[in-house]
Design a protein around this ligand. Structure first.
Ligand code: CU
Length: 253
């Protein structure tokens, strides 16, 4: 069914968009615009391509905390309608009343970690905390990411129902993740390291060139020494993201 639909759509799309179809069945593509959360000043655009169980994710963002790692995940669930919080949701979700949505508060709306968008190695929820394998924004706060990897059939089928979330905001402008406010995931960690900075939902499916027709290497973002130096706490913090949501869900059920 999925393949049939893609193939039928491909004929038109390839002609109109001029993707240079090679004769292979087209893949499904989804665009996402990631808007800022918590007045981060960050925003991104993303393109996710699904071809069987092969997924290619490309993200280009600006306004991120420079030279700091930014954990990023696909959040949600294939069969539940999670969504990105908006400023209008803050009042309801902000349980601790600090005016910000921390990871636990926001995850009630955008769901748990389904895929960790790391630069290398494992991409499962187990790597939600692997900040030494997440992209680092450059000195001007630009963040670029591209990677092709495999997911389960369940995630591939439900991908369009997930949401992209990027984390980490230098709220006090000190140049690094610090401050007295602690992470909702681990009190030994700064809030700044794990707080969500952007969130975006996927748009309607479109037919795009198959992943095999383009470069498939793990281009990855540059992971510099800054990650290693500054992120021991952040790594631990991110680890809690999935657990926090899991615990919350148990409580609710
Ligand atoms: Cu996340």
């Amino acid at each position: 069914m999925r393949i049939l639909r893609s193939t039928l759509a491909a004929a038109g799309a390839a002609t109109i968009i001029g993707l240079g179809a090679t004769g292979a069945a087209a893949a499904d593509g989804y665009n996402a615009t990631l808007d800022e959360l918590n007045d981060s000043g960050a925003e991104s655009t993303a393109m996710v391509t699904v071809d069987g169980t092969t997924v290619r994710v490309e993200i280009s963002g600006t306004g991120f905390t420079p030279e700091a790692p930014h954990a990023q995940h696909l959040h949600g669930a294939a069969d539940q309608n999670f969504t990105c919080p908006t400023p209008a949701d803050v009042e309801e979700l902000d349980e601790d009343g600090d005016g910000l949505l921390n990871t636990m508060e926001a995850a009630v709306m955008y769901g748990g970690v389904m895929v960790s968008l790391t630069t290398e190695g494992d991409t499962s929820g187990d790597s939600a905390l692997a900040v030494d394998r997440f992209p680092v924004a450059d000195s001007e706060g630009n963040l670029e990411y591209s990677r092709t990897f495999e997911v389960s059939q369940e995630i591939a089928d439900g991908l369009s129902n997930l949401h992209l979330v990027q984390h980490g905001i230098d709220i006090d402008g000190s140049g690094t993740y610090d401050g007295d406010a602690v992470s909702s995931l681990d009190e030994s960690l700064p809030l700044e390291a794990t707080i969500p900075a952007t969130c975006g939902a996927f748009g309607a499916s479109q037919s795009v060139a198959p992943i095999g027709g383009v470069e498939t290497g793990d281009a990855g973002a540059n992971t510099t020494g800054a990650v290693v130096l500054g992120s021991a706490a952040a790594v631990t913090a991110a680890a809690g993201i999935g657990f926090a949501v899991a615990n919350r869900r148990r409580v609710q059920q």
